[in-house]
Design a protein around this ligand. Structure first.
Ligand SMILES: N[C@@H](CCC(=O)N[C@@H](CS)C(=O)NCC(=O)O)C(=O)O
Length: 253
């Protein structure tokens, strides 16, 4: 039974499905896809994932995409070390949080990351060459995002994204006053999701939000997350980001 994981740096979506692989102690072949060289839009990769995005899980030739789907798949196939509550109510709570994070957190943090990092990369590409690269992007929304990143997201959009992040931080802070982990008393895929997209980097990315003061329980939870063997092993996967840009996105190293 062979698992292959196509991924970029250990942050956001690539980290989100790497953590379950490590937490569950699964052997897998790691295939690094260099987003800085647009490998995600290249012919060889689009043959694997026609949407041109990482990460991708290949399990004995079955291709699974989208992190929340990948993580539930891993749970179904490798349930021995559980990351999803086995009772239906617990599983529903976890899925509620995953839905919230996927729909109302991920894109807002991503916009700030793209504004600071992808924008720099996109502006360094010559005009004609940039348009050629755009043509290779399969998803229309991603094409627009690359285009906007080059000129810069508007102040209004960035401020709106920050408001959504503050809302999410306060929502998680409140929840952690009631339960030890985000979806209840067990560590679940919801913790992995919020950590990968927001929790691990929110303090470094948004120093003005004064997270330590605003959300002390979230900071304590974040440290508990980072100390887990599976999380630490996932974070230790290679990071090829230009060190000068790394701080913008709040990469761990
Ligand atoms: N909904 C997808 C989103 C995947 C995604 O946004 N991947 C990003 C990396 S974090 C990507 O491939 N970006 C490069 C691009 O779109 O050009 C998932 O959950 O896997």
């Amino acid at each position: 039974m062979a698992l292959r994981y196509y991924h970029a740096e250990p942050v956001a979506n690539s980290l989100k499905s790497m953590i379950p692989l490590k937490e569950k102690g699964l052997e897998f072949e790691s295939v690094y896809v260099d987003l800085h060289k647009f490998e995600q839009h290249s012919d060889w990769f689009v043959k694997i994932n026609p949407e041109g995005q990482v990460p991708v899980l290949d399990h004995d030739g079955q291709i699974i995409t989208h992190t929340t789907v990948i993580n539930e798949y891993l749970e179904d196939v490798f349930p021995d070390i559980p990351l999803r509550p086995r009772d239906p109510v617990g599983a529903a709570r976890m899925r509620y949080w995953n839905k919230f994070i996927d729909e109302h957190v991920m894109n807002h943090v991503s916009m700030h990351g793209w504004h600071r990092m992808v924008g720099v990369i996109a502006r360094n590409i010559e005009s004609g060459e940039f348009e050629k690269l755009l043509e290779n992007i399969p998803l229309p929304d991603q094409r627009k995002k690359w285009l906007t990143a080059r000129s810069g997201f508007s102040e209004a959009d960035l401020a709106n994204a920050t408001d959504k992040i503050v809302y999410a931080v306060e929502k998680v802070e409140k929840q952690l006053g009631e339960t030890r982990w985000i979806a209840g008393d067990d560590f679940t895929l919801a913790d992995i999701n919020f950590y990968s997209h927001c929790g691990m980097m929110v303090e470094r990315m948004f120093p003005d939000l004064d997270i330590a003061q605003r959300a002390p329980r979230l900071v304590e939870w974040r440290d508990r997350m980072s100390a887990r063997d599976g999380v630490a092993a996932a974070l230790a996967m290679p990071d090829h980001t230009n060190p000068a840009l790394r701080t913008f996105t709040g990469h761990a190293r």
